[in-house]
Design a protein around this ligand. Structure first.
Ligand code: BMA
Length: 332
């Protein structure tokens, strides 16, 4: 198999079984959608109204994940799931039963999960409900038993995304302070913690920009460590006469001071173009929550929610994304 020509080095273990489809012949865009999209239909489990904005990771030579499965009362629920190939998913029809000592802050609904392996366990971050949206945290080793810890931030906050390792001796998380509704603003922030319990040393990362990212932005998948910086794929929202439109692009953050932005795409990678991104419970949403990467070949598979209804994947090469980002860079 031909390796990407880019000299960018990516940290992390090889993932030769990454879900993959070659770039279609004649396709000129930086990114291409899987021809079998959507990979998860809205009714993949009996209780679900929609399955989208979900997170997957490599697990024991295969794949596991945490899925946002809104149910038919339209409650936002988190479910675990497993897959042999990262494309065909077996989602547990029972909602995750998070173990936690404190009734007051116990999970009772959740959405937009992210999952990351740090040190010796998988950490789940999601939008938890405690007097409004805030960032819930839990860990698991087997995707069967999940152990909650304290909510990371005060409400209102969404899009909590952990870095995959400590930086300067501390855990680091991106987030997007918000309001209690369909927030018409939003910048990306970064916070530090010595123990996954207390969060502080808050830093502003970046704010809105023009066009597709003019209303609000929020971190997407877990940042990817490369020799050029942390590759952060993030969503951006514009407000049209037809409501919010969710697209996604990419930025590069400094390796040692990840609140410093090195480059940022003025163009989007994906904006809702296809039927399944444009039509659904919330039209015109492409919302990325996870990415799988195979460092030796630089292949990347991005998982994203489509129109708040189903789940899709799209593909590219990390080096190509970074090269493209530098061409349409708006970080001066
Ligand atoms: C955000 C979140 C996302 C959703 C998006 C578009 O505020 O609720 O889960 O995909 O709105 O509806």
């Amino acid at each position: 198999m031909a390796k990407a020509k880019s000299t960018v080095k990516i940290k992390g273990a090889a993932l030769p079984n990454i879900p993959w489809e070659d770039r279609p012949k004649g396709h000129k865009e930086i990114i291409w959608r899987y021809s079998g999209n959507p990979i998860i239909q809205r009714d993949a489990i009996p209780s679900s109204n929609s399955i989208f904005n979900s997170a997957v990771v490599p697990f024991k030579g295969k794949f596991a994940g945490v899925f946002r499965c809104d149910d038919r009362s339209r409650k936002q629920c988190l479910h675990a799931g497993f897959s042999d190939d990262g494309v065909n998913w077996n989602i547990n029809p029972k909602e995750i039963d998070f173990a936690w000592k404190d009734k007051e802050t116990q999970y009772h609904a959740g959405y937009d999960p992210r999952v990351v392996w740090i040190e010796d366990r998988y950490w789940v971050q999601w939008c938890n409900q405690y007097h409004g949206p805030t960032i819930g945290l839990a860990w698991t080793k087997d995707f069967k038993k999940f152990h909650m810890v304290e909510n990371a931030f005060l409400p209102f906050n969404r899009n909590g995304v952990l870095f995959p390792r400590k930086i300067n001796g501390q855990y680091v998380m991106l987030s997007r302070p918000s309001d209690n509704g369909h927030t018409p603003f939003g910048d990306i922030w970064l916070s530090h913690s010595p123990d996954m319990n207390y969060w502080g040393k808050h830093r502003w990362v970046m704010g809105r920009a023009g066009g597709w990212q003019s209303t609000k932005i929020g971190a997407g998948p877990i940042p990817i460590e490369t020799s050029e910086g942390w590759l952060m794929i993030y969503h951006g929202v514009l407000n049209s006469c037809n409501g919010f439109v969710y697209s996604f692009g990419a930025a590069l953050l400094d390796l040692k001071q990840p609140w410093k932005v090195l480059a940022r795409s003025g163009d989007y990678l994906i904006s809702p173009w296809t039927n399944y991104e444009c039509v659904g419970d919330v039209p015109n949403v492409a919302f990325p929550c996870a990415a799988l990467v195979d460092p030796p070949t630089q292949r990347i598979a991005i998982y994203y929610g489509c129109a708040d209804t189903v789940t899709g994947i799209c593909f590219s090469h990390v080096g190509e994304i970074i090269k493209w980002m530098r061409k349409c860079n708006i970080q001066k």
